[in-house]
Design a binder for this molecule. Structure first.
Ligand SMILES: *Cc1c(COP(=O)(O)O)cnc(C)c1O
Length: 365
């Protein structure tokens, strides 16, 4: 079977390094928020180009903690997209704030800045720019809007570790940025994990406290916090994988270039576009086709797994439908019907990818 993602293959490729790192943690007798977490925070922040990194339990918590750190809570509104992982919206509601959702642009599938003005109210406090599928949202326009209206720009970088925008790494541009290290992400743990980056020292200090009961010193809560700690085992694994992240992303780009070359010009297959001035890291390679169900069935019969990100926009999901404020969503709705994610992970061999490409070409004739 050729999967859409394959985190197990990455473990096998880095097995010796990962095994050694895990054993060292077990023999070091430090389990949570110890030296491995501290080193991971430093190394990741330096990689992104930020002053601070704060390791947390997962990507959803990273967003929630960023919001709480900024003092955003009940009654406040946060603008983002419906075409994202539900986690983005769940995180906003987790702090009691109100998500306001807008449509994406038809070329790059990220937040359409033209819709920000009408989504804004007196209560708007922040915009979450989701760097979907591995490429930057329109940070120029979104950033300008946020500066003009004094709103916090929060980057959701859960799908774009290592991607660049105008030469700078994503996660170093907004006031604060949130990463998931879920196993299938470009930088994935062997379990749950996440990290927040910022260059705002006071904000970093608050988030650091909030992730562990609001402690400034042990057993004394200065803020009303929560438990969202990162453990030593995951941090040690993430440090190993961080050393290989650029290579892994390079491999993703190589595979993307091959998909582009060999699927170019096929009727009814629309290839992903790259935003000018940015570098895509292909968390997912997402095509669009009107014959999605038939193509998926065809691939499945050949043991090839393709997936849909996402089959139902957040504003239509049962938990949210009818109660979420949102703009009209023509682009989001159209994407829901047509997007298809092809197999994409660094360990996918050229040979296996050629099998995928041949199967698609066979289908389209
Ligand atoms: C994965 C993801 C998250 C949430 O991360 P978890 O670690 O699963 O909590 C948030 N936003 C986006 C865009 C994601 O893809």
């Amino acid at each position: 079977m050729i999967g859409c993602a394959n985190p197990g293959a990455q473990y096998e490729a880095l097995r010796e390094e990962i095994d050694a790192a895990v054993i060292a943690v077990m023999r070091g007798h430090r389990y949570i928020l110890g030296p491995e977490v501290e080193k991971f925070e430093e190394e990741f922040a330096a990689y992104i180009g930020c002053v601070h990194g704060i390791g947390v339990a997962n990507g959803t918590d990273a967003i929630g903690l960023a919001l709480r750190g900024l003092g955003i809570g009940p009654g406040d509104e946060v603008i983002t997209v419906s075409h994202t992982a539900v986690a983005t919206i769940a995180a906003i509601e987790s702090v009691g704030a109100v998500p306001v959702l807008v449509d994406v642009d038809p070329a790059f599938y990220t937040l359409d800045p033209a819709l920000l003005e009408s989504a804004m109210s007196q209560r708007t406090k922040a915009v979450i720019a989701v760097h979907l599928y591995g490429q930057p949202a329109d940070l120029d326009s979104i950033g300008r809007f946020c500066r003009k209206h004094d709103l916090a720009l929060i980057e959701d970088v859960a799908q774009a570790h290592g991607a660049r925008w105008q030469g700078r790494r994503l996660g170093s541009i907004g006031r604060v940025a949130c990463f998931s290290c879920y196993p299938t992400k470009n930088l994935g743990a062997i379990g749950d994990g996440g990290i927040v980056t910022t260059s705002d020292s006071e904000l970093a200090r608050r988030i650091r406290m909030l992730r562990e009961y609001g402690w400034e010193q042990r057993y004394i809560s200065t803020l009303a916090g929560q438990n969202s700690r990162l453990d030593e085992m995951q941090a040690a694994i993430l440090r190993v994988k961080l050393r290989h992240l650029d290579d892994a992303n390079g491999r993703r780009r190589h595979l993307a270039a091959r998909y582009r070359e060999q699927l170019d010009g096929i009727l009814d297959i629309q290839l992903p576009k790259i935003r000018p001035g940015s570098e895509h890291v292909y968390h997912l390679f997402v095509i669009r086709t009107q014959q999605r169900e038939a193509l998926m069935t065809h691939l499945k019969a050949r043991d090839i797994q393709a997936a849909i990100h996402y089959p139902m926009p957040v504003h239509r999901q049962p938990a949210y439908a009818g109660r979420i404020r949102c703009s009209a969503m023509p682009v989001t709705e159209a994407l829901t019907e047509t997007v298809l994610s092809l197999p994409m992970y660094p360990e996918l061999s050229d040979t296996d990818q050629s099998t995928v490409i041949a199967a698609i070409r066979e289908f389209t004739g």
